[in-house]
Design a protein around this ligand. Structure first.
Ligand code: NI
Length: 226
């Protein structure tokens, strides 16, 4: 499932983040990729050593954790520190799969990547190319969202960023270990939660809705990794 999360940030917040990013230090993205991904990765990455980095990274986590759609879709157990990348003209990231396990640099904890998130920080009309292309069992999906919006997709999927042909594409990206590792189960829980929300809005807390909500939570109990 690819899910569009609208308005993670307001336009004002996006421009504050962009201003902070613009004064910081950027490094070659290939330096932080594994040997296979490094061959395909031609972009720039915001230095995690920059003084601006910790606050910027935390602002992404806080905004996502406040967003009910993200929480319901990802069921986050562990959010890895978000990073930032940008693609200038000619830069691209060819087809690849992200590492299944990433280390959280703050704690050394090994984190399984279940869910990938990209938060778009450039307005789509300011650059050409740069689409995120995600391949899943239903085919290939091109994603290019307004600044401040995010896409959530399974970390297991093959994906790429098309070459930028004009302008600059800036984004934040991160991985999440979910309470529920299986993407199909996560998707069912998400749909159940969304329908319960709609039904509650239409009918209030009827005994049947309360009962179904109990089943939703019991399924999370059954399916969340210990
Ligand atoms: Ni990737």
């Amino acid at each position: 499932m690819l899910l569009h999360i609208p308005s993670v940030f307001t336009k004002t917040e996006v421009s504050q983040i962009r201003q902070a990013l613009d004064v910081g230090v950027w490094v070659n993205g290939a330096a932080t990729a594994g040997p296979m991904a490094a061959q395909a990765k031609h972009n720039q990455q915001f230095s995690t050593e920059s003084s601006e980095y910790p606050a910027l990274s935390q602002s992404i986590v806080s905004a996502l954790e406040r967003h009910p759609l993200f929480v319901s879709a990802a069921l986050p157990r562990h959010i890895l520190p978000p990073m930032f990348n940008r693609y200038a003209v000619g830069e691209t990231y060819g087809n690849h799969v992200d590492n299944a396990i990433q280390m959280d640099g703050r704690t050394g904890a090994r984190v399984r990547t279940d869910v990938s998130v990209t938060v778009f920080l450039s307005e789509p009309e300011t650059y050409e190319g740069g689409e995120l292309v995600v391949q899943d069992t239903y085919g290939s999906h091109e994603v290019k969202l307004p600044a401040g919006d995010a896409i959530v997709y399974p970390a297991s999927s093959l994906h790429r960023v098309e070459p930028v042909t004009s302008g600059v594409r800036t984004a934040s990206f991160l991985w999440v270990q979910s309470l529920v590792s299986d993407a199909w189960r996560r998707n069912m829980l998400f749909e159940l939660d969304m329908n319960l929300l709609k039904l509650r809005g239409q009918l209030g807390n009827t005994p049947e809705i309360v009962d179904l909500a109990g089943h939703y939570h019991n399924l999370i109990r059954q399916w969340s990794d210990s």
